[in-house]
Design a binder for this molecule. Sequence first.
Ligand code: NAD
Length: 284
Amino acid sequence: MPISKVGVAGCGLMGSGIAEVLARADIDAVVYEIDLDGIDRGRHRIESSLGRAVKTGKLSDNEVDLAVRRLSYTTDLEAMADCELVIEAIVEDAYEKIALFAQLDSVLANPAAIVASNTSSIPIMKLAMATSRPEHVIGLHFFNPVPVLRLVELVTSLLTGDETVTRTRKFAQEQLGKTVIPSPDRAGFVVNALLIPFILSAIRMVESGFASAEDIDLALVEGCAHPMGPLRLADLIGLDTTKAVSESLYEEFKEQLFSPPPLLSRMVDAGLFGRKSGHGFYSY
Ligand code: NAD
């Protein structure tokens, strides 16, 4: 049976993209945020993105109306009680996520409901062990912007059940039209284990004065055909998220190449989070 009702916890950059993709796939989604401001910001992000899809001819006004009607917003976790799947996309903070997984475990009425995390780097096992249903906990790692990028990493912990894997893979492939690759439960999974050290190396180049952010980005775009350079990409991901992922990778592997450069840490301390705060390596 296809999954027809999904909860999305957190409606920032990623949660809003995930909710939009669900709504566009005719799936009812309950979007949970920490407060009403979070809901307003998330709803605005989703509706602006749907508006852009109309302008570029990807969706009709009618399709947008239908998608908007699929979404409901709440600050009460109980509103997710009857969801068959919850996708968690709150801040990249293990303590916050563990607390939320424990709460979700007691709220979800169906013992077979799946709890998935969109974490970029926190081991799924840590989240699974906060619940009484580790066999139903899995990683479902989308990419930003979710409505555009097709990849999803499916991350199984040592305790994820086969049925959960099959059901979640089918959901991502058949209902959302995503391209799925499996990943073992190691910090960073496949993509971020490769991408984050690359971004951190670019930040170290800026920090040491070896090259400017503009020149590094231009070099990778014009010389390697990347769609955007690593500093612009870091701004898009969010420098706070980039730093959090780097710390998880460093904690897991203790390799120097994963440690956050001081420049990144200071920019995050200063609230320079990149595109989402208006300033990072570039201004928006
Ligand atoms: P974000 O900062 O844009 O959004 C996080 C949202 O979570 C905020 O709206 C915040 O209000 C909300 N939130 C925080 N604590 C909460 C709680 N306890 N309950 C409900 N909502 C809460 O972050 P993001 O970039 O959307 O990242 C979210 C997750 O997705 C992280 O785990 C991140 O690693 C992962 N991720 C990010 C990217 C990226 O490119 N930014 C890509 C893939 C995965």
